[in-house]
Write a protein that binds this ligand. Structure first.
Ligand SMILES: NC(=O)c1ccc[n+]([C@@H]2O[C@H](COP(=O)([O-])OP(=O)(O)OC[C@H]3O[C@@H](n4cnc5c(N)ncnc54)[C@H](O)[C@@H]3O)[C@@H](O)[C@H]2O)c1
Length: 447
């Protein structure tokens, strides 16, 4: 990556230490009780939760924290067992030989740059979802992870939830028959003011704001663009479709055992909210996964249940429906008959009236459990030591993220887009392909 070095670090020392760290980490053989030395880049809302997840485990030690906010770093230092170093420049974390692995929880537009540089510096990486801002970035991240032989975990933590692992296996084994429709719901009512409409203002620190923007276009500071609220702006995020939608896409894709869609279409807009967000408040996206339609529903309206069970997700199969929440599942089986559907007669209608309903609802099997971030962290630590693939390896993170990103492209281009998963390009709309990446602000380059 060709970034200009930070003032406190020379270009030569950055390159030299990155190379030596690579050699060091490759040759390490881990003992089961060895402590993994972690560096945390981005310790805001999610970074703090991820840090908490890792702190659950005695064989991790926080040795470095990095953020553009001093108060966030101090907060992270306070809850650490040892006294980690504080770095304002993320490249210094990569330069720190005491750091074995990093957790990246900065806004989405920074993930690819930091991830690729971390891999090249010989660090194993836990990176938050959505994996990337663009499809091109995500593919490059997969390649870099493989070239550098790094252990990678994408923060789609449902993959480490025991009961959700069981749910995915059951669906793949045919428990609900052939799944024709799978759906994820993001129901929120932010009407009328949403995130408000604050005026641009002076940043808390001009240099830090420039660093926060990184490869994104230089714009005046607006508090809605920065901490937490960046997810409502396209230069830093793909909106709720890549924010919540990527969790749902990943779970549903995992259940049906398919990598990528054949086509996508989307419709939506800013229908209800009066604020300065760029992303739609109301959206529906549909993907054709070849025999299964996946659907993401984002409604900004009264939060009446999206389905009969008010679940986050549902998979409707020929033999039943599976309802999924963050940490449990439930199947409502369907009574099916092998004989062809008969024509209806007045006698059938009388029978229906007598028994109330034709579909016999069998008592659902409800499972409880947890999809805690701590399980996902545990899996990462174990895999760093064993060099096995994590539960949400970089490739799965990329496949799920890119499916949601192309939903946004369908919305932007108002089109039905056919997707070639091999080349990761649209085949029926060349103009849409220009949205697969964007030009970084100088001097940032995708490494
Ligand atoms: N897995 C999940 O369920 C989940 C939940 C929430 C957020 N996330 C993801 O976590 C990421 C962060 O989201 P958030 O809600 O924590 O946002 P946030 O704004 O609260 O935190 C981001 C932090 O990154 C820091 N940062 C930004 N640029 C930096 C730079 N160049 N160098 C060092 N630090 C920098 C900011 O100062 C901030 O503290 C996003 O990608 C988001 O999608 C995942």
């Amino acid at each position: 990556m060709k970034l200009s070095p930070p003032s406190s670090l020379s270009r030569r020392s950055f390159a030299r230490t990155a190379a030596s760290a690579t050699a060091l980490s490759y040759s390490r053989i881990w003992g089961a009780n060895d402590r993994l030395h972690m560096g945390y880049i981005g310790v805001g809302n999610r970074g703090d939760q991820v840090h908490d997840g890792f702190l659950e485990h005695g064989d991790q030690e926080t040795v470095a924290v990095c953020d553009l906010r001093e108060d966030y770093m101090d907060f992270a230092v306070k809850k650490s067992r040892a006294t980690p170093k504080k770095y304002k420049d993320w490249r210094q974390v990569l330069d720190d030989k005491n750091v074995d692995a990093v957790a990246i929880a900065t806004p989405d537009h920074w993930h690819a740059l930091m991830f690729n540089a971390a891999c090249k510096a010989g660090k194993d990486v836990y990176v938050e979802k959505p994996l990337s801002l663009t499809v091109v970035e995500g593919r490059r991240m997969v390649d870099v992870a493989r070239e550098t032989k790094r252990v990678t975990q994408v923060g789609i933590h449902r993959r480490s939830g025991k009961f959700l692992q069981e749910a995915a296996r059951l669906v793949r084994e045919g428990a609900i028959g052939h799944v024709t429709v799978a759906r994820g719901y993001h129901l929120q009512n932010e009407w009328p003011k949403g995130i408000g409409n604050p005026a641009d203002e002076q940043p808390w620190d001009a240099e830090a704001w420039d660093k926060w923007l990184g490869p994104a276009p230089k714009v005046p500071y607006n508090k809605n663009r920065a901490f937490y609220n960046f997810r409502w702006f396209y230069n830093y995020s793909g909106g709720q479709l890549t924010n919540f939608g990527v969790h749902y896409m990943d779970m549903l894709r995992w259940c049906i055992g398919k990598d990528a869609p054949k086509a996508v279409v989307a419709m939506g807009g800013k229908y209800a909210i009066d604020d300065n967000r760029e992303i739609p408040d109301t959206l529906e996206v549909m993907w054709d996964f070849g025999g299964t339609m996946i659907n993401f529903v984002q409604y900004n309206a009264n939060r009446a249940p999206g389905n009969a069970k008010n679940s986050e997700m549902e998979l409707r199969g020929t033999k039943g429906t599976m309802y999924l929440w963050g940490n449990r599942w439930e199947i409502v089986p369907e009574k099916v008959s092998d004989s062809p559907r008969p024509g209806r007669s007045p006698v059938d209608r009388q029978m229906e009236r007598n028994i109330g309903t034709l579909s016999e609802m069998i008592k659902p099997a409800t499972m409880q459990g947890s999809a805690d971030t701590a399980f996902h962290a545990r899996n990462f630590i174990d895999c760093v030591k064993s060099r096995a693939k994590c539960n949400c390896d970089i490739l799965d993170g990329h496949l799920s993220t890119s499916a949601t990103i192309i939903g946004n492209i369908a919305l932007k281009t108002k089109s039905y887009l056919e997707w070639d998963a091999k080349t990761e390009k649209f085949t029926n709309n060349p103009a849409a392909n220009k949205w697969l990446h964007y030009e970084y602000r100088a001097p940032y380059k995708l490494g």
